[in-house]
Design a protein around this ligand. Structure first.
Ligand SMILES: Cc1cc2nc3c(=O)[nH]c(=O)nc-3n(C[C@H](O)[C@H](O)[C@H](O)COP(=O)(O)O)c2cc1C
Length: 177
């Protein structure tokens, strides 16, 4: 199965990107799973307009369409998902329809991006995604990894394997012939 991991923070020193890299690596070591990590920061979508087919639109469309499932990893910004991420996602619509999706929300604070999860949840259902009910919430992200990049936060270490198991299960069920 092929999973697109979409990282939604626009910051150069993004903590969400580190989380996305980690989850992508963990998915890749699973038998039968491979991922492509798409960093929206690097694609730098312009503010939405009818631009015609831009390179970045072409690239992300290809990633969305070729994926059996999409894992979105993004921070909470002012109680929602980052505006830059929503702007990039607005370039597409049919690409999301009936696509298995899951979300990991990231926060430097203690609430794991709960408000961003709610905002994403509404969006994902609106565009026709099949959303995993469980969401991986990452709190206190600045102290999540040690200097070797290993997770040192107890709740994250407990929660992420189950979250990835469930997402792979969902994709398998929905893509079975
Ligand atoms: C513009 C902006 C708004 C933010 N709003 C929130 C917020 O509403 N809730 C929250 O828990 N953290 C908020 N944060 C802090 C993020 O949790 C923090 O930047 C964290 O590192 C994850 O984002 P990153 O991937 O951009 O690094 C905000 C950060 C920025 C830059």
């Amino acid at each position: 199965m092929h999973i697109a991991v979409i990282q939604g923070s626009p910051r150069s020193e993004s903590n969400s990107f580190r989380v996305a890299q980690f989850l992508s690596q963990r998915l890749n070591i699973r038998q039968g799973v491979n991922t492509s990590l798409v960093n929206l920061r690097e694609l730098r979508f312009p503010n939405f307009d009818d631009h015609g087919e831009l390179d970045e639109v072409h690239q992300l469309r290809k990633a969305l369409l070729s994926a059996d499932g999409i894992l979105f990893v993004f921070p909470e910004y002012n109680g929602g998902m980052p505006g830059a991420m929503k702007n990039a996602l607005d370039y597409f619509r049919s690409e999301y329809n009936l696509k298995p999706m899951a979300a990991t929300t990231v926060s430097a604070g203690p609430f794991g991006g709960l408000n961003a999860w709610h905002a994403f949840h509404s969006w994902a259902l609106y565009v026709g995604g099949i959303l995993l009910p469980n969401n991986l919430k990452v709190s206190n992200v600045s102290s999540l990894f040690n200097e070797k990049g290993e997770p040192v936060e107890k709740h994250f270490s407990l929660n992420y394997p189950k979250f990835l198991d469930e997402f792979c299960w969902l994709i398998e069920k929905l893509t079975a012939d």
